[in-house]
Design a protein around this ligand. Structure first.
Ligand SMILES: Nc1ncnc2c1ncn2[C@@H]1O[C@H](COP(=O)(O)OP(=O)(O)OP(=O)(O)O)[C@@H](O)[C@H]1O
Ligand SMILES: [Mg+2]
Length: 431
């Protein structure tokens, strides 16, 4: 019997970029919403700027959302740009302006998403329900209610099951399932369930686990650490797979939790702030202007040149150079901080071995961060290579292995839209 399940759209609400996952059939893989206008992610076309701008005039305000910011001329009178507003939902602040920005942004997001969904059938837009991903910070019922209220006012229909899911959990699901879906209806059961065994079977990471287990190790538990560095948070997920059953981890093993997650407020936007503080005045002003610019392709270029490749970035009109020792030491300090937080997560969980390390999120393209995290785990790591973003033609150092950029940026949205969450009562508490 075929099991009917409502289609789902998952909004991965990223501080820098929102990504949208879609699951239209319970037996077919989830996919990511793509649009040619999304030119910020090295030709994946899935990263939607989480940005808004308003031009305030006496004659009335005019808003620009997401990709429409590209058309806004810099420096026009009354222009106000909103970036990095995600933290306002998790830092306890109640700025009403942020709620208005968010409502306008999410209403605009529907106009981008709905046309892209037509390929799944003319009535898809009327049928799907939505869930949103949020960082795994302490108690968060308030943030969830606030965001769900905004989504509803913006025209989205929240999923009855797990309308909010945690970013590291969704990311881990996306990494291990690559967005596969499968459901089954147990005998005499009223409701179907996610068939996690089928969703996990054969994906590259678990194939590696199985091969290594067969070849070398006699231990039953295979521990994988996923670390995601975004614009706002550093997220951790530790999963202990039982290689003899290969089902979704739950419970504990020798007192260690087999699916543990955490988010910490450290992201690339914080590195930008440290760098800005280290610059001489003129360069600082220009750099801050670049962060708030209506077209963020300049900032993307700067991140790639300075943070990824360690080169200098020359600011226009005699603004000076971003680079040199002061900036390099900011990057090193930031990488050390990311590594210390990783060590603290491992220590809190009392984990004693890591068989695989997966580094996701845009910030993990920064080599200093990758290296610092990998090296900080050296005494308990049992892996030769960590998984990092790389294109097919890129030559990687021997201690790294290629993970497709689609999963590095899109795993949270893909994972959040899988059927795994469809049969949960609320937030993924009962995982
Ligand atoms: N190749 C690269 N080199 C340096 N930085 C990069 C690179 N690619 C992306 N980034 C940076 O990574 C950040 C975005 O990463 P990502 O999309 O994972 O964050 P996010 O999901 O929006 O944030 P969060 O999950 O914290 O809310 C941006 O600051 C972007 O400029
Ligand atoms: Mg993210």
């Amino acid at each position: 019997m075929r099991v009917g399940v409502t289609p789902v759209v998952c909004i991965d609400f990223g501080n820098s970029y929102t990504k949208v996952g879609v699951r239209w059939d319970p037996e077919l893989p989830s996919d990511l919403v793509k649009d040619d206008a999304l030119q910020y992610d090295d030709e994946l076309y899935v990263c939607i700027p989480t940005a808004a701008a308003v031009v305030r005039r006496e004659s009335g305000d005019r808003w620009f959302l997401g990709t429409d910011l590209v058309g806004v001329r810099e420096g026009i009178p009354g222009l106000q740009v909103f970036r990095n507003w995600k933290p306002a939902f998790f830092g306890g602040s109640e700025e009403p302006e942020v709620d208005e920005v968010a409502e306008r942004y999410f209403r605009w997001l529907r106009t981008l998403v709905d046309p892209a969904l037509r390929e799944f059938g003319p009535s898809f837009s009327e049928r799907y329900v939505t869930r949103i991903t949020l960082p795994a910070f302490g108690p968060q019922a308030r943030s969830e209610q606030r965001l769900l209220g905004i989504l509803e006012r913006a025209g989205w229909r929240a999923a009855a099951a797990a309308p909010c899911v945690s970013e590291p959990v969704a990311n881990a699901l996306g990494i291990f399932t690559q967005g596969r879906n499968a459901v089954w209806l147990p005998d005499n059961a009223a409701r179907p369930r996610a068939h996690t065994g089928k969703m996990l079977a054969g994906t590259p990471l678990l194939e590696v686990a199985r091969r290594r287990y067969d070849n070398k190790y006699s231990q039953k538990m295979y521990w994988t650490l996923i670390v995601d560095l975004g614009g706002y948070t550093l997220d951790f997920a530790m999963l202990g797979f039982d290689v003899t059953s290969m089902d979704m981890p739950h419970g504990t093993h020798n007192g260690q939790r087999r699916f543990e997650t955490q988010s910490r407020p450290l992201g690339v936007a914080a590195l930008d702030r440290h760098v800005a503080d280290a610059l001489p005045e003129t360069a600082r002003e220009r750099f801050v202007a670049l962060i708030d610019a209506s077209d963020q392709r300049g900032l993307e270029e700067l991140h790639r040149r300075v943070y990824q490749r360690g080169r200098d970035y020359r600011l226009r009109r005699g603004g000076g150079v971003i680079g040199g020792d002061a900036v390099r030491s900011c990057i090193e300090r930031f990488a050390d901080e990311a590594a210390s937080l990783t060590e603290a997560f491992i220590e809190q969980g009392q984990y004693e071995r890591i068989d695989d390390l997966v580094l996701t999120g845009g910030g993990m393209n920064i080599p200093a961060v990758r290296d610092a995290i990998r090296l900080s785990l050296a005494d308990i790591s049992r892996f030769k290579h960590a998984w990092v973003a790389a294109t097919a033609d890129e030559v990687l150092a021997s201690h790294y292995k290629r993970l497709e950029p689609r999963y590095v940026r899109g795993a949270t949205a893909l994972g959040g839209s899988t059927v795994y969450f469809d049969f949960k009562g609320g937030r993924d508490r009962d995982r």
